[in-house]
Design a protein around this ligand. Structure first.
Ligand SMILES: Cc1ncc(C[n+]2csc(CCOP(=O)(O)OP(=O)(O)O)c2C)c(N)n1
Length: 325
């Protein structure tokens, strides 16, 4: 049984609602044609982002993936600046130049979403190495998917992190598909975490729909990392309700699979805990939903009304020029 207190669980529930409403709003606006580029949503996976980040200090680091909205919000990112970035507005996190896959907020330790599959892992190694060298006491978490687990760079990152006993947690969100490919068609072992002994680090596979289980498992891994004992590999079995990208027809999913998974909605699961274990009234949960939904509606209005970038800013933050060729 979890030793978590009611306030902590209520806060986790709220953040899960915030992520859900943010991504539902992004999905709706994408369908209306308001968001340029691609977006990849993590609806159904909220317990992972929130369970992980609820164990971290603001000074700790995360590195993220192409599916990073939840990670950023859970680490304390600003919904308005994120939404404005999705709308490609000047007020966005990257002044509208990056979009969904280039959202970062160094002030809260969110070192960046990343469109290059697997690269969150060596970036996590870099963040953890920084913490180790500076003796800052910070830890880093590298989010990645089971698809990324087969990339060469994943093994390089885990090898180096273990060798140097870095303060790092490798957190795999195994959401059953890598683009259109089911897990068993590209991963030969039953669990990504089964590979941990090869790197001489602890590895555990958990239920990624149970935010309390994610939190408890992470707490141990973070304590280990902060205590100088090195990295861990956590694999959370989860499921993405939407397609790989918005607009994906999802023909590779068996009929009825998503509907069946929705019955295990991680938000409803934490609500059951709040009601049964902590005696929280339904009205309090309804109020939390309403407030988070309203905050996201405000973020959408902010993004819609924000000005577009202007051509005179085109070369800002460009570090090299092509001259005379
Ligand atoms: C280096 C690289 N190879 C291939 C791709 C194309 N690609 C984008 S997402 C993806 C699958 C990623 O699967 P996974 O790591 O399980 O994350 P998920 O999408 O399931 O969250 C691939 C192959 C890419 N972006 N980068």
């Amino acid at each position: 049984m979890s030793k978590l207190d009611q306030q902590t669980v209520l806060a986790m529930h709220r953040t899960m609602c915030r992520i859900r409403y943010f991504e539902e709003a992004a999905s709706a606006k994408y369908k209306e044609g308001d968001l340029p580029g691609f977006i990849h949503l993590s609806i159904g996976q909220e317990a992972c982002a929130v369970g992980v980040c609820s164990t971290l200090e603001p000074s700790d680091y995360i590195t993220s993936t192409h599916r990073g909205h939840g990670h950023c919000l859970a680490k304390g990112g600003d919904a308005k600046l994120m939404m404005a970035e999705l709308f490609a507005k000047q007020a966005g996190y990257s002044q509208g130049r990056g979009g969904s896959m280039h959202i970062a907020d160094v002030s809260v330790g969110m070192l960046g979403a990343n469109g290059i599959v697997g690269q969150s892992m060596p970036l996590g190694v870099g963040a953890a190495l920084t913490a180790q060298v500076k003796e800052s006491g910070a830890v880093a978490v590298a989010f990645f998917g089971e698809g990324a687990s087969g990339a060469g760079v994943a093994h390089e990152a885990m090898n180096m992190a273990s060798l140097w006993r870095l303060p790092l947690v490798f957190f795999c969100e195994a959401n059953r598909y890598a683009e259109l490919s089911p897990y068993e068609t590209h991963v030969p072992v039953a669990n990504v975490a089964d590979r941990a002994p090869a790197y001489d680090m602890p590895g555990v596979t958990i239920d990624g729909g149970d935010v309390l289980a994610v939190h408890e498992t992470m707490r141990e891994a973070v304590a280990r990392a902060r205590g100088g004992q090195g990295p861990s590999l956590i694999e959370a079995k989860t499921y993405r309700w939407h397609g790989h990208y918005e607009g994906d027809p999802q023909v590779y999913k068996p009929e009825g699979e998503t509907e069946a998974e929705k019955k295990g909605d991680p938000i409803l699961r934490v609500e059951a805990v709040l009601k049964e274990r902590f005696g929280v009234a339904e009205a309090a949960l309804t109020a939390a939903h309403a407030e988070e939904k309203a905050a996201i509606a405000d973020a959408v209005t902010f993004a819609e009304q924000a000005p577009d970038p202007t051509p005179d800013g085109l070369t800002a933050n460009v570090y090299a020029e092509m001259g005379g060729v």
